[in-house]
Design a protein around this ligand. Sequence first.
Ligand code: ADP
Ligand code: MG
Length: 257
Amino acid sequence: RDEESASLVVEDLRKSFGGIRAVDGASFSVERGSLTGLIGPNGAGKSTTFNLITGVYEPDGGRVTFEGRDLTGMRTHAIAKAGLVRTFQIARELEEMTVLENLMLAPRNQSGEKLVNAVVPGLRGRVREEERELRERVWETLELFEIDHLAEEHAGNLSGGQRKLLELARALLLDPSMMLLDEPFAGVNPTLEEKLLDRVHDLRDEGLTFLLVEHDMDLIMEHCEHVIVMHQGRVLAEGPPAAIRSNDRVIDAYLGE
Ligand code: ADP
Ligand code: MG
């Protein structure tokens, strides 16, 4: 696993909250085009690591490099623009809006550019064209996730599983080259989970890179080709699923939960 084939490289990442070292010198890399799993007992620092990588929190130390670019300390929208996105829960304000409206807003939330264009005379035609293209992409995405029948439904009325689909669809509209998924199947029924996993595999086949946090060990072992294990803010082990499953230190870490 050399630097050349790595999409994401995390080096000695650190973040404390008061006296708690949530992430305490985590280092790992994610192979381009892989579906890599990130596991670890509750409180291991997985979500904080995601928040540090995607600019939700600023690290106390360490470095995040994505496709050769140093993204450390950059803001979420700038990181998304570089092609690295994570899913976010639908904000309360957006629950009043329809699924379609939520998706139409997704790319625009990332930068003020489109708004600037809208007020510059002469660029209106281009804006209309972009609007049409966006609408087309949104419908394609709705169909891909099989939620086109929910287009006019208020986001607040969706089931837990449908909401997860919307969150994933919204992130996908940012046209990422890598996605970080933090427990994307929580509260999702098995049929929908199957569908989501199919979409993830399809997207991976098209070249997208995934880093997936998931507590269901069997799911991780079945679907990921590489697994990183975090414990107490650091990487405890990494390797192919079979090696991780039989790793004594990993077993100990989970037993001590
Ligand atoms: P995981 O996702 O692996 O379960 P987290 O990254 O959520 O772990 O949490 C790691 C540690 O950091 C835990 O002890 C958690 O309580 C703490 N932590 C996470 N976020 C915050 C925060 N915003 N403020 C204070 N402590 C936090
Ligand atoms: Mg978490």
